[in-house]
Design a protein around this ligand. Structure first.
Ligand code: HEC
Length: 110
């Protein structure tokens, strides 16, 4: 019983937490075959703040930004090397797949 629990723990916790540095994580996420439609679906959570006409209220326009830059920004909020409580909590809830899909979607927007 204990052994089973331990192997389950090792399995789930070593595959979901990431030990590498941010740069290699950006590369890993770029290599994923990210799904733009999934990104569009997830983006509804972002669009309450980020839209294409929000330049003046302190919320940057992320539509059309570079894919790699978007990934790097989200990872920086996630590991808290970039300050902003809102974005730290938004990014904290995202896994690699979500970040990849969101970056693919937003970078494809005008
Ligand atoms: C409650 C409002 C809010 C929501 C929801 C939100 N953001 Fe943000 N986002 C902000 C603000 C404010 C900033 C600027 C923070 C700063 O000064 O670093 C920001 C910054 C960013 C940046 C950095 C952009 C740049 O040009 O530097 C990215 C990328 C980003 N958000 C992506 C997202 C994504 C993807 C989502 C949805 C999963 C999302 N945000 C949801 C408010 C929000």
């Amino acid at each position: 019983m204990n052994r089973l629990l331990i192997s389950l723990f090792v399995l789930c916790c070593t595959t979901s937490s990431y030990a590498g540095d941010t740069d290699s994580r950006v590369t890993d996420i770029l290599k994923l075959d990210s799904d733009e439609a999934y990104g569009e679906y997830l983006a509804s959570e972002c669009s309450t703040c980020h839209n294409t006409s929000s330049a003046d209220n302190g919320i940057p326009i992320i539509h059309g930004q570079d894919q790699q830059a978007l990934i790097a920004a989200l990872l920086a909020y996630q590991d808290k090397t970039r300050e902003n409580e809102t974005m730290q909590s938004v990014a904290g809830a995202l896994g690699n797949e979500e970040i990849g899909a969101l970056a693919r979607y937003f970078s494809s927007q005008k």
